[in-house]
Design a protein around this ligand. Structure first.
Ligand code: TEU
Ligand code: CA
Length: 570
């Protein structure tokens, strides 16, 4: 397998508005990030992915860009950005920018010009259609609820928006628009940024003729997949972007692509494709709901074998053929420890177990801010305390549909994106040390217990465990490149796998349950003992080599010692 720096890198995602406020206005900013670079360096991360900091009205916290060449003043200035880039580079930390290319803000000058008249030279930068018999041009549903179409009174036509009405979709059939985008990306490359995350990139191409969905009650995934996700032409556009802009720069790229499985993902990340280095997939994010999109607010119960099946499929299908981007949480998802672990009595143990999982899979691991201290979901009682446009739209829609208030709030407590967007908890002082002013969104009430300062002091903290894991990943190439093999696929509590590279083999044992579980050394494992590399519990002396007792959420990683008379598995 070809070695690449971005395969060996550990990425840390920063949601700037909630990371660190340097000037007391309650809003995280670039100087705040600069002040925490040493903290990130100590943690051991190699790349910081910064969510959008460009000029933006902020309807979707920066995912509505009105000027790709400017920094939004609340985040700082371009000088601050240059300083951040330089100071990160001085510490050998790379910077990955978040580019939103599916849509702009409705306040972007392109859109202002586009909407000004039907004959505007920029009209075609966006997707405009006439209504049908006084109705929307088609029946597609937006990700944030309601139609994807918004009527613009001035010209009497509708524009398309897959997200909110403040985020009109760009028309990727317009070459002039595409060249403007190329120009802008070249400009950022020239600055020396080290990579891009391409937001919602799966959706930039829409089905020819924008046909109606046959069964409008069956929107969601089916509809999205058929009409505006991962369509063939996306690949042509990405290859062209590489040929004309990215080729020759040693950067890393990750695309956000919902609605696909690993076979389809290979069309983006296959070694020979020259499109993207890796993609964020969503299959494991749908385990606890019927689907992505608006149905993601509903919950279903899930079992560990289902998670194993999904992850194993991705691990094996991409091995040697492409590369995975692994994550368990981000700024759009609930907190990982609340979702996949136990944020009550086993918060520390389960957060460490999940860290072990994330960092021992094949693929590039993405840590979301606060995961390294085990930050949890939050439950604001009043809808007024929620700021996320998706959450607020969902609330309004539920009210219209007369869904009982408790049911709506329960869904919000579980799934709102604001769970991940409360301020980073730096210490036990007021506002968790995030800001001297009033934070733009409330701090999670548990900040006195869960914070960086406390974690740094406690040698057994989640933070120190992450540090150790990241350091291990740098020492053992098998953690990066080793082939993954699942054991015990049907075990309801234990997730067990090996990673093998040449003569090295790691055994990872994760207890995903709150019970104490017996693990018996499987016969297929032709190793009789192992050296324990890391674990989230103290080990008891004199433990039976073949039979191990895993405590609630226990995680262990062994480096296996080969039996002389046996051959290795696979
Ligand atoms: O998220 C978009 C995203 O999750 C979709 O691409 C996905 O297909 C769909 O929502 C199904 O769940 C990105 C950003 O991460 C998010 O913060 C933005 O709000 C969104 O794009 C719009 O730019
Ligand atoms: Ca600020």
């Amino acid at each position: 397998m070809k070695k690449q720096w971005w395969k060996e890198a550990v990425v840390y995602e920063i949601y700037p508005i909630s990371f660190k406020d340097s000037n007391g206005d309650g809003i995280g900013d670039l100087r705040g990030i600069i002040s925490k670079l040493d903290y990130l360096k100590d943690l051991g991360v190699d790349v910081i992915w910064i969510c959008p900091i460009y000029q933006s009205p902020g309807q979707d916290n920066g995912y509505d860009i009105s000027d790709y060449y400017a920094i939004k003043p609340q985040f700082g200035t371009m000088e601050d950005f240059d300083k951040l880039l330089k100071q990160a580079h001085d510490r050998e930390i790379k910077i990955m920018m978040d580019l939103v290319l599916n849509h702009t803000s409705d306040e972007h000058p392109w859109f202002i010009e586009s909407r000004s008249s039907k004959t505007s030279p920029k009209r075609d930068f966006y997707i405009w259609r006439d209504g049908k018999h006084g109705l929307f041009p088609n029946n597609w549903e937006s990700y944030f609820g309601g139609s994807v179409w918004q009527l613009d009174e001035k010209t009497g036509q509708y524009y398309m928006h897959l997200y909110s009405k403040y985020q009109p979709d760009l028309n990727w059939q317009n070459d002039e628009m595409i060249h403007e985008v190329y120009k802008m990306i070249r400009w950022w490359l020239k600055k020396g940024v080290d990579g891009f995350r391409f937001d919602a990139i799966a959706h930039i191409v829409k089905a020819k003729g924008l046909p109606d969905a046959e069964n409008p009650n069956h929107l969601e995934v089916v509809q999205a997949n058929q009409f505006f996700s991962n369509l063939e032409h996306v690949h042509d556009l990405l290859r062209k972007l590489n040929e004309e802009v990215l080729m020759g720069s040693d950067i890393m790229t990750v695309g956000e692509t919902s609605g696909l499985g690993p076979e389809q993902a290979l069309e983006y990340v296959g070694n020979e494709r020259h499109e993207l280095n890796m993609v964020f997939q969503f299959e494991h994010m749908t385990l606890d709901s019927p689907s992505t999109g608006t149905a993601r607010w509903e919950t279903r119960s899930w079992t560990l074998p289902e998670l194993k099946k999904i992850m194993t499929h991705w691990q094996t299908a991409l091995h040697n053929k492409g590369w995975n981007a692994n994550y368990l949480g981000n700024h759009d998802q609930p907190r990982q420890v609340s979702r996949f672990g136990n944020d009550k009595e086993y918060r520390v143990e389960s957060a460490k177990m999940l860290a072990t999982f994330l960092l021992t899979l094949e693929g590039t691991p993405y840590i979301y801010q606060g995961e390294e201290i085990g930050m949890t979901n939050t439950s604001f009682q009043h809808i007024e305390d929620y700021k996320d446009i998706e959450t607020l739209n969902f609330y309004k829609l539920s009210q219209l549909q007369q869904v009982p208030e408790e049911k709506t709030m329960a869904a919000i407590h579980k799934k709102s994106r604001d769970n991940a967007r409360t301020p980073m908890q730096w210490d036990a002082s007021e506002n968790a040390g995030f800001s001297d002013g009033k934070p733009w969104i409330k701090v999670n009430h548990n900040y006195k217990e869960v914070n960086v300062e406390a974690a740094l002091k406690d040698p057994n903290s989640i933070y120190h465990y992450y540090r150790k894991l990241i350091a291990l990943r740098k020492q053992h190439q098998v953690m990066v490149y080793g082939e993954y093999t699942l054991l015990l696929p049907l075990d309801p509590d234990l997730y067990v796998y090996t990673r093998t590279l040449d003569k090295e083999c790691l055994l990872v044992i994760l207890n995903f349950s709150r019970d104490t579980v017996e693990f018996e050394w499987p016969d297929e494992l032709a190793y009789d003992s192992g050296e324990l590399l890391i674990a989230n519990y103290e080990q008891q002396p004199g433990e039976n080599e073949k039979k191990k007792t895993l405590r609630p959420y226990e995680a262990r990683v062994y480096k296996l010692v080969q039996q002389s008379s046996h051959t290795m598995i696979h």
